[in-house]
Design a protein around this ligand. Structure first.
Ligand code: SF4
Length: 416
């Protein structure tokens, strides 16, 4: 086993990624300064296409929460939100974002923002969790601006026509309110075009992730969570699509030249749950040292909305955003995971039980055991959190991960 940190092979596209993200924030800053465009806040799996099509610049507080986590500043901010009245047990994106706001700090200040961009309207979809509604409502009260929500049922097993119609109607009902705030009227052709762009971007993102089906994989989870930025915050724009063409080309080039993400890939792991944003780099090094590549994840795969269809933009938006993994019943999730295990030739699964994100922790209701019975693929559960480092014991987790990989190694030797 090698132990050099250079085992992580960096993607060159990261330079283009930086430019793409910087340009996005420049457009947002221009909207703040010139007020030529209105600003909508949107949840990461909210109706971004609709907002972009009606002429908003769109800001995503979850992306900001992830920035705080990755910068390891969340712990500094969470106590302010708790002192304000939010429980430390709820979403630590929410508590770190609100806490940073209360302390009047944001990493965006490095890019010339005075503070996070003031919203003209906030729009959420509860397909991911209820927290987003509470989070956005807090800021709506603070800024005295409207907040709109799409309320999607939870634990959807069968995606019935009535669910799709109900959610589709909720999408349509947003339009008059959005028009009142925006500088533009709703135009169905512009919406169709935004949905087309979003669909095409999602197809590119799927292709990016599917390069990991190859052995060895040219990309790993720790790259993917960084490179998924554009599909989260620029979904429905040409900017995101242009970026994924570049990234895909680099990955295909790696495949042609047999360049792997982890130098000595021997074990292929599926990651379920949120990333530990404050430990990305050390975890990437740990797994590389163990000749292990995190091949695929629920988190990154959940941003593929290729059911979007410009021919029927409202209904297909409802379908795409109700089909989302997080909003499905365990029976559906198990089938999705089973297929991913086989498609990506997975040796083992790691479930991250994220203390403050119930909806993204799939280990809590016995799913891992059931899936193992179906697939015979072993699993490990680790406790942690997306942003709150106090919920994570590094020493304990490293031992558990090293032991798990050693067990996979034994299994491999017995099979050969
Ligand atoms: S899904 Fe989890 S991490 Fe995302 S906003 Fe909801 S509680 Fe927070």
């Amino acid at each position: 086993m090698s132990s050099d940190k250079t085992d992580i092979v960096k993607l060159q596209s990261v330079n283009h990624l930086r430019i793409t993200m910087d340009d996005y924030f420049s457009r947002l800053k221009e909207a703040v300064e010139t007020k030529k465009k209105k600003i909508a806040w949107c949840t990461s799996v909210g109706p971004a296409e609709l907002l972009y099509s009606i002429g908003f610049e769109v800001y995503f507080p979850e992306n900001h929460g992830a920035m705080l986590g990755a910068a390891k500043t969340a712990d500094k901010y969470i106590p302010s939100a708790v002192a304000h009245g939010f429980s430390p047990d709820i979403c630590s994106y929410l508590t770190s974002d609100v806490g940073a706001f209360l302390q009047n700090e944001t990493p965006l200040q490095k890019s010339g923002f005075a503070s996070v961009p003031k919203p003209d309207i906030l729009v959420y979809n509860t397909n991911q969790c209820r927290e987003v509604g509470d989070w956005f409502s807090y800021f709506a009260r603070h800024f005295k601006v409207p907040v709109l929500g799409i309320h999607t049922p939870y634990c959807i097993n069968k995606l019935s026509g009535s669910i799709i119609q109900n959610v589709s109607k909720q999408f349509k009902d947003l339009v008059p309110e959005l028009e009142k705030v925006s500088t533009q009227k709703f135009d169905i052709d512009r919406f169709r075009e935004t949905v087309r762009l979003s669909h095409d971007g999602c197809v590119l993102w799927r292709k990016v992730l599917e390069t990991a089906m190859n052995k060895p994989s040219p990309i790993n989870f720790f790259d993917a969570v960084i490179h998924m930025g554009p599909i989260v915050i620029m979904r429905g724009t040409q900017y995101a699509n242009d970026y994924y063409v570049i990234l895909l080309e680099e990955l295909q080039n790696r495949l042609r030249n047999n360049i792997s993400s982890v130098t000595n890939e021997r074990y292929r792991i599926y990651w379920d749950g949120m990333p530990l944003w404050f430990k990305l780099s050390s975890m990437a090094k740990l797994f590389a040292k163990l000749d292990t590549c995190i091949i695929a994840s629920t988190y990154c795969n959940s941003r593929i909305f290729d059911d979007l269809d410009p021919k029927d933009p409202f209904e297909s938006s409802a379908l795409a955003y109700c089909k989302l993994f997080i909003v499905r019943a365990d029976d559906v999730k198990e089938k999705v995971l089973e297929k991913l295990m086989s498609d990506f030739s997975i040796d083992g699964i790691i479930y991250h039980e994220s203390k403050t994100c119930l909806r993204n922790s799939n280990n809590r209701y016995e799913l891992p055991g059931r899936l193992m019975n179906q697939t015979n693929i072993p699993y490990l559960e680790i406790n942690g959190d997306l942003n709150d480092s106090r919920c994570y014991s590094e020493e304990q987790s490293i031992i558990a991960i090293e032991t798990f990989i050693a067990q996979l190694s034994d299994k491999h030797s017995k099979q050969t």
